[in-house]
Design a protein around this ligand. Structure first.
Ligand SMILES: *Cc1c(COP(=O)(O)O)cnc(C)c1O
Length: 362
């Protein structure tokens, strides 16, 4: 089979060297004679691997010592419940910023567990352009238990680049589709969480980074496997963690370190996004309606002006090995997800195809 570039939003492609290494040691890992997925999570070899993965992630993100890193189950949506269960005590409320479909879903789920103030910051203009209310103007409640937001809306292709100032109220960020894509200052956040299957590893693993002083306030009904304090006190091994996904995430962290770290990959991510947006903007055949400063660098939705060409576009793209470009069912059109593992060659192949397709169908 010739080379394939997979633009799926998630589960997404993983770095080729990582997949090759996993394949090489799939059956005999680390001189154990077993696969890593067949070993006890409490064995010395497994625990050493798990600790190294955490140390590498701490290194990559410069996570301060007063933060715990938890390796959890349940995906991004699991955290939509876990966050209010752990951080929203009875009698308090939380602010939920809504700028797209994931932040909206997080707010709806949180309402099951307490009082939620939904703050819609999305603005749709008469010419179709989508922009956001700048974070300085968000009407935050000064007594909220926390503020939840989604810096990169995976479906809508909307990114908030600055870290909002919440005047000391813990900031909770769903970074499922943007973690490790560019440098951030972890100390500005109370909690960062991310499902692994976009920029970390295979699905089944969720990373939670939490400031220690926020532990210990869980609602009484919090299931033990969602309780951050229980997880933290047991090094994420209160129950059996997703051991293989943890191992693969560890390989991705090693790959990213060898690449030069988050700063180095951020440069490539910037170039990839520019290449694709320039192609869209230079044509009157394709459009993207998100205001420039809020355009996502990871998930780039675009629409063919003539939507009757959608099927043809997707079929021809697939013939060229450009896979999974169909947009999310709720927004339609196309979407190219270009996470860390997507090489610039993949984006180049996509823009070459887009330009050719435009010429042939104008
Ligand atoms: C994919 C995604 C989710 C949902 O993740 P699951 O692991 O499927 O629950 C949540 N938030 C964001 C921003 C996402 O991109």
């Amino acid at each position: 089979m010739s080379e394939v570039f997979n633009f799926c939003a998630g589960p997404a492609m993983l770095p080729k060297p990582v997949m090759a290494k996993a394949q090489e040691e799939f059956i005999h890992w680390n001189n154990t004679g077993s696969s890593v997925m067949e070993l006890s999570h409490r064995s010395d070899v497994y625990m050493a691997m798990a600790a190294k993965a955490e140390a590498d992630l701490r290194d990559l993100m410069a996570i301060p010592n007063n933060y715990k890193v938890l390796f959890c189950h349940g995906g991004g949506r699991g955290q939509f419940s876990a966050v209010p269960l752990n951080l929203l005590p009875p009698g308090k409320s939380a602010d939920y910023i809504v700028n797209g479909s994931w932040s909206k879903a997080a707010a709806i789920e949180a309402k099951n567990f307490g009082e939620i103030n939904v703050i819609n910051i999305r603005e749709e203009h008469s010419d179709g352009e989508i922009s956001l209310v700048p974070s300085e103007q968000w009407p935050l409640n000064s007594d909220a238990a926390y503020v939840h937001y989604c810096p990169n809306e995976t479906v809508d292709g909307i990114e908030i680049n600055d870290v909002p100032n919440t005047n000391g109220i813990p900031l909770v960020a769903d970074m499922s589709s943007t973690i490790l894509s560019h440098e951030i200052d972890v100390s500005k956040f109370g909690v960062i969480y991310a499902g692994a299957q976009k920029n970390i590893g295979p699905s089944g693993l969720t990373i939670v980074i939490i400031r220690e002083d926020l532990l210990g306030n869980a609602q009484k009904a919090t299931p033990c496997i969602m309780n951050y304090e229980t997880s933290a006190n047991n090094d994420s091994m209160y129950n059996t963690p997703p051991t293989y996904a943890w191992y693969l995430a560890g390989l991705v962290f090693q790959w990213l370190k060898a690449f030069g770290g988050v700063k180095a990959i951020a440069k490539v991510n910037q170039l990839k996004a520019e290449l694709l947006y320039q192609t869209i903007d230079a044509s009157d055949f394709y459009t993207n309606t998100v205001e420039h400063q809020y355009r996502s660098k990871m998930n780039i939705p675009f629409w063919l002006k003539d939507e009757s060409l959608n099927e043809k576009f997707l079929a021809q793209a697939e013939q060229r090995g450009l896979m999974a470009l169909q947009g999310h069912r709720i927004v339609g059109g196309m979407r190219a997800s270009i996470y860390n593992a997507m090489p610039i060659e993949g984006v180049q192949a996509l823009v070459d195809f887009m330009q050719e397709f435009e010429k042939g169908n104008k």
